[in-house]
Design a protein around this ligand. Sequence first.
Ligand SMILES: *Cc1c(COP(=O)(O)O)cnc(C)c1O
Length: 521
Amino acid sequence: MPEPSQANHPAAEPDSAADAAATLDPQDWQALRVQAHRMLDDILDYQQHIRQRPVWQPAPAAVRDTFQQALPRQPQALSAVHEDFMQDILPYAIGNAHPGFMGWVHGAGTPVGMLGEMLAAGLNANLGGRAQVPIAVERQVTHWMRELFGFPENASGLFVTGTSMANLLALLVARTQALGTDTRRQGLLAGGEQLVAYASAGAHKCIYKAMDVAGIGGEFLRTIPLDGNFRIDLAALEQAIAEDRAAGLKPFMIAGTAGSVDVGAIDPLPQLADLAQREGLWFHIDGAFGALGMLAPDIAPRLAGIERADSIAFDFHKWLQVPYDAGFVLVRDGNLHFDSFALPVAYLSRDMRGMAAGSPWPCDFGLDLSRSFKALKTWFTIKVYGTERLGRMISATCELARYLARRVADAPQLELLAPVELNIVCFRYRCPAGSNADLVNAAIVVALQESGIAAPSTTTIAGHLAIRVAIVNHRTQRPDIDALLRATLELGEKTLASGVGQGASLNGFGFGFGLRQDAAE
Ligand SMILES: *Cc1c(COP(=O)(O)O)cnc(C)c1O
């Protein structure tokens, strides 16, 4: 990369007055404003004209090399650094803002959410606690979520980075419920019993991770098989609970999934709620993207039972399109939530008046003390678009998925691998007997990603590698689906013709990738 020419950028002259004051504010606010508006225009241009770009492109070595520089000792002009961003960073993002991005489950973001985030950064509020209205904004979002999910007045909510963290916090509250608050001081062994949790084979791996880091042990998350519709098998679940009780273990939590990451399946929530009640277990729901389907009148009825959960984990950064990151945990029993994280010592230093008022604080409900103002971009998004429009956008992604499923069913070269429950379509390119369909389909997905036309991901369905299209993006429209299908058929034919999947190794054809990519998000 050529060095940006200094001529284009007013040099950041060492300024003795500024140095003396040690402030980082500009000497010339007017010049900063001009540059700031340029930066805002550039990023809005990116969003407005994103269709003209490839979904994704690999970064050339020269670009990657620019991130191997030594620690900068001397100042550079903001305009020069922004130019670096425009040249070397912006074109090489993963592309989830692009309508052709259909991989994993990523939100696209919106200009409104971006502006909310910009204001939050300008305010630089720390949402750990204290008497400040930004915390009232977070509580406002909590009220809205109580209303949406039919949770009681006493329910508590907290913004976190994502559903992985939200699942962990919910699991820790469930642990407190099972073992009492003494465990917080004495550790898991003091209870003398081994906790066990249950989730389906389609549950997200972050639940395993939460069991691991909570010290309970990943092996004590029982993986319950799926039924024919990719939902947790209730009979197998009941049996596993009975076996664990018989073995002297202590079942404590069922983690249902509302919108599985692989295929978008929704576990039978009312039956799970009944079972959890009968067994005296905590009923958690991982609704990372699916829970906000509550905003869509055609999806909400399928989430019936969610109002009976003890806790729900979900993301505003997926279906609601809030810019990353914005996860949320909602807990029915706010007191228990508080008792699971608040430290009495810290709590005593609160006040009725002044800046230490307003207790309890967000830091009493989770692990983070310093916290960003994620609530603001979410508040902007919900207020500006309104829930009806957001719900229609969510419905539209499901309608597109059904459209894709119909087109797949009509194409003799393709076959659907799972029913389309929500917004996720899993299918594959049919291969002649004797060829390795997994290799062929993996190659097609990589070729699609490298084409810049569309970016699906892969997953494994009943032992078969599937092309997985998750339509989470509010920008995606029918022509984008058509382009995906056209490219899939073309690349499928080419891949078969090239001999991939017929005994030859993929790497021999220049495909340098691992075959199994898990649908991690
Ligand atoms: C995305 C997802 C997660 C993980 O959420 P993050 O926000 O990425 O931490 C967990 N469960 C499901 C079902 C998901 O779709």
